[in-house]
Structure formats: structure tokens, C-alpha cells
Design a protein around this ligand. Structure first.
Ligand code: GUN
Length: 287
């Protein structure tokens, strides 16, 4: 293996410490405790794990955590009414509705009901538009964490060829916007892209966000490239349950210049950025 391993776990711990220090000052100086409300509908096991982790880390940073766990058959009207209450609640500075929602609920309608100033996921159409036009926005946490690692590793990203594999609203599209904002030449590739391995091999920065375990192989990676693996896939290996990314780590690490591991790469950065976004939202509401 030749690649530098980008340690998202350590980076995220530094961000959490900075957030905790800032929160302590806000409490002492202004008597203000930032609060994050997380809404989970149903019992998707992966979502339950994420929500628990978000709540725990919110409290560890000194912020208030409000968890709302709703039955899988909750009506859209009841969910929207909860969001209206959270929008109006001055103790709540950030609101996150865990996705995916059960099929009978319209995610776009639900997300767009959140006050954009409290939309710490950056999924509201106003924030999407602000990001796309280079204005101050709440930025989605996974792409933001990925960008922070890239900037930390490279300094300037200007002029680099970036390929984002995956076109989701949560990761692929906002990731591409952020890279464009940092003056990369950006390609968004996806399942219909012709000769995907060749497209990936042109990348100085390769971001994998497809949700397919170990799809991206070492011979898809340009020698010396930086690989950001957004995938978190649970697989059975040798009778054991393991987490793997969208990148075949061993073969990619033999070729890449730098790579994020799974676990311990993008994952911890996502939650750290959520906490940072909540702090930002609290700061903005209180001047
Ligand atoms: N589901 C998977 N990732 C995310 C995320 O970043 N935010 C929300 N709300 N749901 C998710």
C-alpha cells in the first residue's frame, strides 16, 4: 500500500472539540444552548444507529438533543405538524428528518416544510439554490465533511479534475457544487455513464457515492489520485458482518496518493459537520 490514509475519525474529533468550546462560550456569555431536533419515522435499523449516534454526539458537545421517534405509519399531516412545532420552538436551532422516509410520505414536501434557517442538512430547496448560486447556504454534511478533508490534504483544489460517482441530492449533486466552488473541473458520473472506469481514471479527485459495496477497483484509480469513499455498506464476509465502502480499499490504496478508509473516513466527518451546522444555525438566530 502506498496511499496516505486520510484519518476522518481524528479530524472529526478536532471539529467536535472546536464546536464544544464554542458552545461552552455561548452558554457562558449569552446563556444560549444550541439545540438539535432529530426526527425518525419508522424502525429502519441503519437509521436507528445513525440517529442514536447523532443524539449522543450532540449531547457530548454540550448542545441539547431532542429526539422524535414516530411510528412507521405516521401520517404526513402529523409529521408536518411536528415540523411546524419545531420551526416555532426557540430552543430548537437545527432540525433533521432522517431519510429515507417510509414510502407513503413525500420527502420533498416534508423537507421543504423545515424553516431553511434550521435546515442543518442543507436539503431545503432554498439552501440547494443558495449553494448552486454560490451564496451563503446550509451545506449538506457529508459533502461538506468530504470537502474539508480534501482542502486539508491539498490546500488549494483549483484546476483539479474531480469525478463524483453518484448523482444523489444528498451527496453527489452538492459534492459537485462544492468542488466547482473550489474551482475544480467537475464530472458527475452515474450508472448510465459510458466506460465508467475510464472516466474515473481521469480523476485527480475521485469521490465514490454510489452505495454499491467495493464497486470502484484499483485499476479505475489514476496513480496518485485522492479517493474519498462516501459508501457505508454492510456486507457478510467469512460469516461476519462488516462495513465496506464503495471503493475496493486494498486495490485502490495500492494506486492512490491518498484515500479515506471505511469506517473512520467520511462517516465521522458527516456527524461532526452536522454539529457544526447546528452551531452555525444557533449563532445566526442570535446575531
Ligand atoms: N440519510 C442518509 N444520510 C442522511 C443525511 O445526511 N441526512 C438525513 N437527514 N438523512 C440521511
Amino acid at each position: 500500500m502506498s496511499a496516505t490514509i486520510i484519518d476522518g475519525k481524528a479530524f472529526a474529533a478536532r471539529i467536535r472539540q472546536q464546536v464544544a468550546d464554542h458552545v461552552a462560550r455561548m452558554k457562558a456569555d449569552h446563556g444560549l444552548t444550541p439545540g438539535l431536533a432529530v426526527v425518525l419515522v419508522g424502525e429502519d435499523p441503519a437509521s436507528q444507529v445513525y440517529v442514536r449516534s447523532k443524539g449522543k454526539q450532540t449531547v457530548e458537545c454540550g448542545m441539547a438533543s431532542f429526539e422524535h421517534k414516530l411510528e412507521a405509519d405516521t401520517s404526513e399531516a402529523d409529521l408536518l405538524a411536528l415540523i411546524d412545532r419545531l420551526n416555532a420552538d426557540p430552543a430548537v436551532h437545527g432540525i433533521l428528518v432522517q431519510l429515507p422516509l417510509p414510502g407513503h410520505l413525500n420527502s420533498d414536501l416534508v423537507i421543504n416544510r423545515i424553516d431553511p434557517a434550521k435546515d442543518v442538512d442543507g436539503f431545503h430547496i432554498s439552501n440547494v439554490g443558495l449553494l448552486g448560486t454560490g451564496q451563503k447556504a446550509m451545506v449538506p454534511c457529508t459533502p461538506l465533511g468530504s470537502l474539508m478533508m480534501l482542502r486539508d490534504h491539498h490546500g488549494s483544489l483549483s484546476g483539479m479534475n474531480a469525478v463524483v460517482v453518484g448523482r444523489s441530492n444528498i451527496v453527489g449533486k452538492p459534492m459537485a457544487q462544492l468542488l466547482l466552488g473550489d474551482s475544480c473541473t467537475v464530472t458527475i458520473a452515474h450508472s448510465r455513464t459510458r466506460d465508467l472506469p475510464a472516466v474515473c481514471r481521469a480523476a485527480d479527485i475521485l469521490v465514490a457515492a454510489v452505495g454499491r459495496p467495493e464497486m470502484i477497483q484499483g485499476d479505475w484509480v489514476k496513480p496518485g489520485a485522492t479517493v474519498i469513499d462516501v459508501g457505508i455498506n454492510r456486507v457478510e464476509r467469512d460469516g461476519k458482518s462488516r462495513l465496506v465502502g464503495d471503493v475496493d480499499f486494498d486495490s485502490a490504496a495500492a494506486v492512490a496518493g491518498a484515500i479515506t478508509p471505511v469506517p473512520g473516513g467520511v462517516g465521522p466527518m458527516t456527524i461532526a459537520c452536522l454539529l457544526a451546522n447546528t452551531l452555525t444555525a444557533a449563532c445566526r438566530t442570535h446575531g
